[in-house]
Design a protein around this ligand. Sequence first.
Ligand SMILES: CC(C)(COP(=O)(O)OP(=O)(O)OC[C@H]1O[C@@H](n2cnc3c(N)ncnc32)[C@H](O)[C@@H]1OP(=O)(O)O)[C@@H](O)C(=O)NCCC(=O)NCCS
Length: 177
Amino acid sequence: MEPLTTSRLVLEPWRERYAADLVRMSSDEKVMRHIGQGVWTPEYAAQRHAAALHHWAQHGFGWRAILDRADRTFLGLAALSWIRDPIPGIGLPAVEIGWWTEPHAWGRGVATEAAAALVDEVFDRIGADLIVARCTPGNVASQRIMGKLAMTRHPHDTLSAYGDLVHVYTLTRPSPS
Ligand SMILES: CC(C)(COP(=O)(O)OP(=O)(O)OC[C@H]1O[C@@H](n2cnc3c(N)ncnc32)[C@H](O)[C@@H]1OP(=O)(O)O)[C@@H](O)C(=O)NCCC(=O)NCCS
């Protein structure tokens, strides 16, 4: 699978070589402040890394490493995955989208630029009609991104995989004009 390219970024399918980047990011309290139970152990990060590779092998899409287009520096990850467990009021199939960026890259629009490319990938290549994102009520930066992607807040909150109350945002495939 080819990387996606945006004006400043290359979005490369998740590969073995990003295992250490995931361990580093997921052990950073700043990154994990709004994610479930906080920092991950290296063992749990390795499980999630393996699951991300498996999702690609099974479905032909998934997590992508966000790289600086100029010098291929690792800037974070942008994630797509099929939603497996029902969410109240959300019809499946639907694809979940998510984003983590390295703290040194925050505030430059990196997550938004990567996420917008993944939204296009869902509608144009993967062919799903519904995108869902979830975030904790305190994650204002993530909510800003959902707004910039034109996602709208679903009326029902739900619980995350970690048992936290989370807001649910959705984006439906635009009708052809
Ligand atoms: C959320 C996250 C991905 C944002 O990354 P980023 O590359 O800085 O995102 P962008 O620059 O594209 O957009 C962030 C927006 O949030 C705003 N923002 C950032 N921090 C904020 C804060 N503490 N309060 C309010 N708004 C904030 C920015 O101003 C920007 O909005 P704007 O363009 O309207 O000004 C990054 O902070 C992160 O990785 N956090 C930890 C992991 C995480 O929580 N991921 C999301 C899980 S749902």
